[in-house]
Ligand binder design. Sequence first.
Ligand code: GDP
Length: 445
Amino acid sequence: MASALSDKLSRLVKEMRGQARITESNVQDMLREVRMALLEADVALPVVRDFVARVKDKALGQEVVGSLNPGQALVGIVNRELVATMGEGVSDINLAAQPPAVILMAGLQGAGKTTTTAKLAKHLIEKRKKKVLTVSGDVYRPAAIEQLKTVTRQAGAEWFPSSPDQKPLDIARAALDHARRQYFDVLLVDTAGRLAIDEALMREIKELHAALKPVETLFVVDAMQGQDAVNTAKAFREALPLTGIVLTKMDGDSRGGAALSVRQITGAPIKFAGVSEKIDGLEVFDAERHAGRILGMGDIVALVEQVTAGVDMEAAQKLAAKVKSGEGFDLNDFLSQIQQMKQMGGLATLMDKLPAQMQAKAGQVDMDKAERDIRRKEGIICSMTPLERRKPDLIKATRKRRIAAGAGVQVQEVNRLLNEFDQMQGMMKKMKGGGLMKMMKRMGG
Ligand code: GDP
């Protein structure tokens, strides 16, 4: 895998130390790296050109503030421009219509329309408390209708039957009528996809659009499609007034450049990202996190934010002060570290946010076991008296037995925890307050 853009830029910058400004001469090499990084992330060429031109405009003559070097400053500019292009903030499904609000799903075959239809149904039921009906207009593939039935059931929504001998328009009208009579809030209409764009398909979906007057017309596109996503996006934009994009298969190993291309070509906001084959694998799209992915920096930004958001700042500062002095780090602090980890959503969520390289290293760990382990440790520390937590040296055989019984574990486990605590205390003294970033650097190194 290519090294992160920020690394490459840092290397370039080493050769031009002391320059405090981004200039025409020093920006060229850096822009070439930006261009390469975007192409590697599979952003389409015309989109890359426009993007790099905008970045150059913004960068030229910019003063480089504080401790940043020009390379870091440029990464900042690129990052901001990526976020601005892909859309700041988040936008959920618009349901501001006379119920039933109709949502039309468009896209190529295999893009993930049917799966996404069910995921959206689940999302609308659980997060927006809506009564949801789905229907399939894919009369060319009987299996597609059955597939929608199955996944709709998994989503806990209702499914309106259709069959291959009907016309898509008739099916849609009948479903809409049923949704009205039965007071559904939302009607999700899955449509036929083709392997490539063809005119008959486009005509059909245009007719559906005209008859249903959907409040949302979502373009579903496979993030792994990379460069090809542009042509598909163009064809759909010309046929339909798209109101949003769903990028599927973001759990794949693409760097997700399709997001930038599709957003720029269609002008429609990216609303959701599909992150697994499962029914709950749908996330509200987050442009800031995605910018990090395109730049190859993982979700470090998100991780750092989550770390600060999930943590009681005062407690964290106290802990940091103790760690800095290397004194007084006791089992209470050990416990509070464990609890902070839980507040942050557990190990598995944290791991998801690390860049691929680090994930690969961390992947050797059995996450379930690690989480169970944490809970057990918490149990052991909670079975200790306040005095024991402050002065772990007091914990000898009798106390160990009592603690073990209290936590429902073997004495060996108490021993293991105390050993680990000793090691942690030693490490803390050595680190002297470098904190999470330092630790992550070491992991990534
Ligand atoms: P359709 O032809 O557009 O209706 O596409 P389907 O919904 O049938 O999806 C095609 C394939 O992609 C199926 O095997 C899905 O399980 C898979 N798929 C859809 N969305 C995702 C996703 O977000 N992640 C992963 N890994 N697979 C997905």
